[in-house]
Structures are given as C-alpha cells and as structure tokens.
Design a protein. Structure first.
Length: 95
C-alpha cells in the first residue's frame, strides 16, 4: 500500500498524550503517524501484519532492547510505572 493511497485522518487528543506518543515514536525510531498506526494495528491483534505499512517494521519489541543493561532495564521499569504527567516532567528535564 502506498502512502498516497491512504486517506488522511485528523485526530484530536490531549497534548500530554501527543507528547507521550511523540516520545515513544522517537524511542522506536518511527514517525508519530507510524507509531499511532502501529499501536492501532497492535491493539487489534494484527501486529503480525504491520510490516510494509507506512514503513513500520517492528511493533512489539523496541529496536534498542538488546542494548539495555541491568541498570537501564531497572530505570525503564521505574519510568513505565510513573504517571504520564510525571514521565513528561522527567523527559522535559533532559531537553
């Protein structure tokens, strides 16, 4: 499927959700659009059908997974338990 064959679709969402999706997209080396599409496919149980759609090639495992050491994994586990607001506040400290 070519990108020009896909109809644009505007979505309204809270700014903090968009910021979190932007962060996840960067972490997964994807565009915001590709991140949203991948998550929608995954939520429908179709993550095996993602490859080739808008350049999305991986959904379930981030590209950096094999590079994480024990400390990285511990920090990531703590980060994921934080509320979205706290995650965004922490991210803003690193910018």
């Amino acid at each position: 499927m070519k990108v020009q064959d896909i109809n644009p679709f505007g979505v309204r969402m809270p700014s903090e959700l968009k910021q979190l999706l932007d962060f996840e997209a960067k972490k997964n080396t994807r565009s915001l659009n590709s991140e949203i599409v991948a998550r929608l496919w995954e939520s429908l149980g179709r993550n095996d059908r993602i490859e080739g759609k808008l350049g999305v090639t991986e959904v379930s495992a981030p590209h950096y997974g094999a590079q994480l050491n024990g400390a990285d994994k511990a920090i990531l586990a703590i980060f994921r338990k934080l509320s979205v607001e706290k995650q965004l506040a922490l991210i803003s400290l690193f910018k």
